[in-house]
Design a protein around this ligand. Sequence first.
Ligand code: BGC
Length: 712
Amino acid sequence: MSINLNQLISEMTLDEKIGQLNQVGTSIYGGKAENYETLVRQGKVGSFLSIKNIEQANKLQKIALEETRLAIPLIFAEDVVHGFDTIFPIPLAESCSWNTTLVKKSAEIAALEAARAGIHWTFAPMLDVSRDPRWGRIAESFGEDTYLNTIFGKAKIQGFQGENSQKIADDHLAACAKHFIGYSACEAGKDYNTTDISDYKLANVYLPPFSEAIKTGVLSVMSAFNSLNGIPASLNKKMLYDVLRQKMKFSGILVSDWNALAETIIHGYTVDEEDAVEKAINATMDIDMSSLLYSQYLKTLIQKGKVSITQLDQAIYKILSLKKALGLFDQPYRSSPDKYKQLMNQYPKHRKIAQEIAEESIVLLKNTNNILPVTQNDKVGIVGPYISNKSAFLDTWACNGKADDIMTLAEASAYHSNIHILDQVYAKYIQNQSLDEADKNEIKSMDKVIIVIGEEATESGEAKSKANISVNQTQVQFIKQIANVNKQIITILHNGRPLIINEILPFSTAIIEAWHLGSATGNALLNIITGKTNPSGKLTCTIPKHIGQIPIYYNHFNTGRPFDPNKFNTSKYIDESIEPEYPFGYGLSYTQFQIVSTSLSKIEKNHWKIKVHIKNIGSFDGKEVIQLYIKKNGGQYIRPIKELRDFKKVFVKSGEIQTLDFDITLDTLAYFDEHYNKIVDFGVYDLLIGNSSVNAETNKIRIEVENNDSTK
Ligand code: BGC
């Protein structure tokens, strides 16, 4: 049956229409089911947030279908960010895989598990380009680079929504690009803080991932909590209407963030709740998430003539279209308790993929004297707070994930007789403030010691900003005491943000950046440690040396006085280096790769092909990420000192050569002016090719863009 939405809208009363615009987070009703069941009966709710239980969802759906006049089905939404039952690495970690195929796959599995639990719509992916590690939500992002946020965002949306965004299959979810716009630029890295971003920067850094999401067919966009240039993002008409709707041509659903409409009064922008609703609906905000203000004030505003019925109907049309795209008019119960249970047979398969992604998300930062991988002949001790502490890994948006389902390093290593889990060492050290004598002897007897430290998963995420992002002193002192008895230290870091590691670096012969990896943590780590899997992750966010360097990111503008150690007045700190601890794009392997040659051919005017021949000159097979940056001097605007515009991840066997093709078109080189128009400067460009942002200059190819219609 094909539902006629206009016909349905014409049959709806004003109250029924307003009900559709109301999204209810169950916690605002104290989680009491009877309260929100009544709301459904009264037709006062169009969608729910945070019902993750198929029985409960279907019960509410039944009320909507059987006890309301027009039987309009409900939508159930949830933040399915990096898994549902099977938990994948946090998005920041996933982005370090530089593997869009795997990232799409993780979104597909998350969608499948969530859809079977009765969910229709996920509030993901988060597309906030994140350049401040103090901000806790950097964990939810794809890092500091706009291009990476763009392509990983696209992969997630495709994975969540499936092939056809007009018809979301039963095992997929509607996606939501969030937070529009500028949320991650919060001053001082403090969550929810105000932002002030120029149009040029908005156009080039923050908007492109959203443009691509819209082109990919994302069905919804969520506004942000921050104020932007003096106006709260949730009612910023310039950004929501002029830019998002008109310029970027977004015709889907715009949903506010949780209670954000009511908070515009606290921002000091709106005078009262009615004012907030008037401004929000006039900025084309379709759904009010959990402030309940649309329910209370829309009717009065319509009666006063401050909001038109046409405006209301446009919002209703978008919401009903989402319900139609989800197939809810034909099949309101997309899943059942049985279907959910049956899927569990596939969880071991899902976990294998979670492991594959976790392995590719791990970044090897340091490996002096090839201390890694450990061999079967090495007697290895493992110590630290996070070797068997399952709950430490249940992180931001862990959804339905259970601590018990997380495989720890201790569990994964149990069958390796050369690996010794020294579980009590850290607990005793905490108790006595020093290493136990017997433990010292045991640690001394090891060939290598693995120390697992960092942050608990609950230390990053929403409202988890930190003013101090150094490894904590208890852990620093622990490493130092171990180093007194055994210097063969391999440090594993679990964290949801880049940490300042300068104090532990000198004591760590190797460092593995393991982030928060989800369900398959232990297995993935074990494979990396033992060399069964060769590490291939690359940083997608710069690791600073000092907190005072923040914001520090690779693609900054030059100054007129760049740092020069031989000159006095140059851009630097007098008390700290300007270099990061580890740069964007960086990550080691157990083998070595060499770009043996590159070649350029011109296909036609303003279209080139580059071939890169890469050789694995070490003794392990492995994957490498070849990165292509552009650099342009002289144009209509200053451009960054280099910008990532493409990359390829490739598997190369030891001793073999692989050839990679890069296509360079005007699209590769384009950027935006402050009116959000795409432009390309003509003239000479340098294309820089390498396996990190810092060594790309060694392979430089020059091209010249000829003037044509889109260039100036
Ligand atoms: C977050 C959003 C999230 C929403 C619903 C808010 O606090 O900022 O990202 O989608 O809650 O859970």
